[in-house]
Write a protein that binds this ligand. Structure first.
Ligand code: HEC
Length: 119
C-alpha cells in the first residue's frame, strides 16, 4: 500500500518535465495531510495537528521537540519520520511540494503573545 503510493508519487515526479518549476497544489497537499498513507502507524498529520490549527506555516525556521529545523520541508519530514514512522519525502517530489503548499496556508488560530518579564 505504502509502496504503491510511493511508486505513484515517484512516477508522477518523472512525468513532470525536467526543469519545470512545479508549485504545489494546496488541495492535494491537504488530502495528504489528512491521509494516513504517509506513515506506517495509522496516523495522519491531522491526528496531531487537527485542522492544522497549531501550525504557523509562515515561519522560516521551526522548533520541534527541541530540534531546530531550517525549512518547512525538513519539518514535514521530521514529523513524517518521527510522528508517523514513515519514510521522508524527497524535497523535489510532487507530494512534498503539495504538502508544503498546504502547510504554508496554515496560520495558528491563537497567536501566543510574547511576554517578557519586566515589560
Ligand atoms: C504524533 C503527533 C504528530 C503527528 C502525527 C505530526 N506531527 Fe507535526 N508536530 C508534532 C509536534 C509535537 C510538534 C512540535 C510542537 C508544535 O509546534 O505543535 C510538531 C510540529 C510541526 C510543525 C511546526 C509547527 C510550528 O508552527 O512550529 C509542522 C509544520 C508540522 N509539525 C507538520 C506536520 C506534518 C506535515 C505532519 C504529517 C506528515 C505532522 N506534522 C504530523 C506532532 C505531530
Amino acid at each position: 500500500m505504502k509502496s504503491a503510493i510511493l511508486t505513484m508519487l515517484m512516477s508522477l515526479a518523472l512525468i513532470l518535465p525536467a526543469g519545470t518549476a512545479y508549485s504545489g497544489d494546496v488541495e492535494k497537499g491537504k488530502s495528504l495531510f489528512n491521509a494516513a498513507t504517509l506513515g506506517t502507524n495509522g496516523k495522519s498529520c491531522n491526528t496531531c495537528h487537527l485542522g492544522g490549527k497549531d501550525i504557523d506555516g509562515s515561519k522560516k525556521t521551526f522548533n520541534v521537540l527541541g530540534e531546530q529545523l531550517n525549512s518547512i520541508g525538513d519539518t514535514v519530514n521530521y514529523c513524517i519520520e518521527n510522528a508517523l514512522e514513515g519514510k521522508p519525502l524527497d524535497g523535489n517530489s510532487e507530494g512534498m511540494k503539495n504538502i508544503i503548499s498546504y502547510v504554508k496556508t496554515l496560520k495558528p488560530k491563537k497567536i501566543q503573545e510574547h511576554i517578557t518579564p519586566g515589560y
